[in-house]
Ligand binder design. Structure first.
Ligand code: FNR
Length: 370
């Protein structure tokens, strides 16, 4: 296994490319359309410049945050990745990610799509809280069952992804059509679910394609605002809506009783041609008006984390950087990536004179006109 020092995202990405199976690499690295949004997510951070403040440095920085009643030692979290199981050299990436979460205190958002069932994943969290990300199936009983299992397994929040009821147009990624394993090997949460099992038609030889067909028939639920009361009724856990970028959607989400919104464009994998997520963040934060805002898409460095926090994110998620860390060195690789990102975040806050996250506000940026 190639251990890596996470000094440079591009270098880690390139190293991972040489070790990952080509279909998995293709699925992870590509985005929607000509990848305008995916590139924009990263480029937009480069257009934001922080201004240092002097004579305010302290020995220690306080990186802790509170998210829906959950106190976290740092503002980072591991965004949900449906194929994370397959990105691990040992083929159990959810478990490796959960172990990295236990070692670092950085929480994992576990995707519905998984190689290992959510109960097994949660058993590796240690004292670090976990969040469950639901792809809401069209079958309401199955949705209820998955949420109930997540509650019983000890997950501390439910994250519902809204921007992926159908896969985006990804012409640069042939694996979507050529590599059925990317889906069929990530169905553990469905195959272990009593409601899903009842949906399976009798198949004498346990044909995997039968499970795949059944999954295909229930996966994509085009939720609307009319479904929100039902969704809210599923759980008393904090409910977080992922994929919210428009201020009006934030206000409606607040009205239907969600606990937090998650500003993200799925790392540019779903709808192409859109605003960089970091450029959508200020509008989301303003509309949230005190409600927590999670953020991801395009975060590659500690500097990016500091910028997202300064624009009002309560917590900042990373996707591809930790996938590549995992691919290179399993749980150690993820710990390595998180360690490097957090060290840079802490050092930037120190050198720029922001001893706590509370002090990081939009005033940390170069004032316009001034
Ligand atoms: C994702 N993402 C994702 N999101 C989600 O809600 N459920 C999921 O199962 C997945 N699966 C998934 C697979 C892969 C390979 C990637 C790269 C991403 C989106 C993810 O949670 C996050 O929004 C983006 O990865 C953030 O962008 P960056 O950090 O990858 O640029």
């Amino acid at each position: 296994m190639v251990m890596t020092n996470f000094a440079d995202y591009t270098e880690v990405e390139e190293k991972a490319r040489t070790t990952m199976a080509p279909d998995i690499w293709s699925y992870v690295s590509h985005g929607a359309g000509d990848e305008f949004t995916q590139s924009n997510n990263v480029a937009a951070f480069r257009k934001l410049s922080l201004l240092p403040r002097m004579l305010r440095a302290t020995d220690q920085r306080d990186l802790s945050v509170e998210l829906c009643g959950i106190v976290l030692p740092t503002p980072l979290f591991l965004a949900p990745v449906g194929v994370i199981g397959l990105c691990d050299p040992q083929g159990h990436g959810e478990i490796a990610t959960a172990q990295a979460a236990a070692r670092t205190g950085v929480p994992m958002m576990a995707s519905t799509m998984a190689v290992d069932p959510l109960e097994t994943v949660a058993s590796h969290f240690g004292d670090t809280p976990g969040m469950f990300q639901l792809y809401t199936p069209t079958d309401r009983d199955l949705a209820q069952s998955l949420v109930h299992r997540a509650e019983t397994a000890g997950f501390r929040a439910l994250v519902v992804t809204l921007d992926c009821w159908q896969t985006g147009w990804r012409p640069r990624d042939p694996s979507l059509t050529n590599s059925p394993r990317l889906r069929s090997e990530c169905l553990a949460n469905y195959l272990t679910d009593p409601v899903f099992q009842k949906l399976l038609p009798a198949s004498p030889d346990n044909d995997a394609s039968v499970a795949m067909d059944t999954w295909n028939s229930i996966f994509g639920n085009r939720l609307t605002w009319d479904d929100m009361a039902w969704l809210r009724s599923l759980t008393d856990l904090p409910l977080i809506l992922k994929g919210i970028c428009h201020p009006d959607d934030v206000r409606r989400a607040k009205d239907v009783g969600v606990d937090a919104v998650y500003c993200s464009n799925h790392g540019g994998r779903q709808a192409n041609g859109g605003l960089a997520a970091i450029d959508a963040l200020p509008g989301v934060v303003a509309a949230a008006d005190g409600m927590p805002v999670l953020f991801d898409s395009g975060v590659r460095t500690g500097a990016d984390i500091v910028k997202a926090l300064a624009l009002g994110a309560t917590a900042v998620g990373i996707g591809r950087p930790y996938i590549y860390g995992l691919a290179l060195a399993g749980a150690d690789g993820i710990v390595n990536v998180l360690d490097a990102l957090l060290r840079e975040t802490d050092l930037m806050m120190a050198l720029d004179g922001y001893p706590s996250i509370a002090e990081l506000t939009p005033e940390a940026f170069l004032p316009t006109g001034g």
